[in-house]
Design a protein around this ligand. Structure first.
Ligand code: FMN
Length: 213
């Protein structure tokens, strides 16, 4: 099963649409898919209890018990993971960050040799959406090099990245204080470029599903 995790509060927004396109790509080659809406769940970030580091503990298991527990179990079983988040003040959303921390930290040991305890090699991808224009993509994405490297190390396959800039935020721009945006240009971008970004997400999902490990 290919599992997508939506870190946007907007369950039908730009991020959700990109994630669904990626899942459609995976489904097009016969994979079962699932989309989880993180904002519908009630959970916290890592509380630094270190249960996952105890010699007598269960490594690769987050001991916290909340709505994220079954999702972490599902991630353990998935054939590929797709993380999706809008950019909020230069970062992923707090819900996505909390998920990343609990997933990564619970599978990491402070050992020299065996660093990660994820049981299998599986592909992964990150999908980002953001309001600034596409020419700023590199500066938006560069802070995530570390998390991409860690996820790739942990899952045993280099992670992939896909994004969509210049996000369509309101259905009617005339209702909002937002005169730095040209509503005509925004609409045109949404109707012409966003579908292309979704097609790239579709191809990404398809390629993850077809990866032979
Ligand atoms: C609290 C907040 C902070 C934001 N910060 C940024 C930002 O730093 N850079 C940026 O390009 N867009 C920023 N945006 C715009 C969002 O990235 C954009 O609305 C989002 O990608 C749309 O995706 P969605 O439809 O899935 O919510 C911000 C939006 C919100 C609500």
């Amino acid at each position: 099963m290919i599992l997508a995790l939506n870190g946007s509060p907007r369950v039908k927004g730009n991020t959700a649409t990109m994630l669904q396109s990626a899942l459609d790509g995976a489904a097009s080659v016969g994979k079962e898919t699932k989309l989880v809406q993180l904002y519908r769940l009630n959970y916290k970030g890592c509380i630094s209890c270190f249960s996952c580091k105890l010699k007598t503990g269960i490594h690769g298991h987050c001991a916290m018990k909340d709505d994220l527990s079954p999702i972490l179990e599902m991630m353990e079983q998935a054939d590929a993971l797709i993380f999706g988040s809008p950019i909020y003040y230069g970062d992923v959303t707090p819900e996505m960050l909390a998920l990343e921390h609990r997933f990564l930290f619970s599978h990491m040991l402070y050992n020299r040799e065996k660093r990660w305890v994820f049981p299998r090699r599986i592909p992964s991808a990150f999908i980002y959406t953001f309001g600034v224009t596409a020419d700023q993509t590199e500066s938006v994405l560069s802070p995530f090099a570390g998390v991409h490297a860690r996820m790739g190390d942990m899952l045993g396959v280099e992670t992939k990245v896909c994004c969509s800039a210049n996000a369509w935020q309101f259905s009617d721009y005339s209702l909002y204080e937002a005169d730095r945006y040209d509503p005509v240009e925004k609409k045109k971008y949404h109707e012409e470029i966003f579908p292309e970004d979704c097609r790239k997400a579709f191809e990404l999902g398809r390629s993850l599903a077809l990866m032979d490990l």
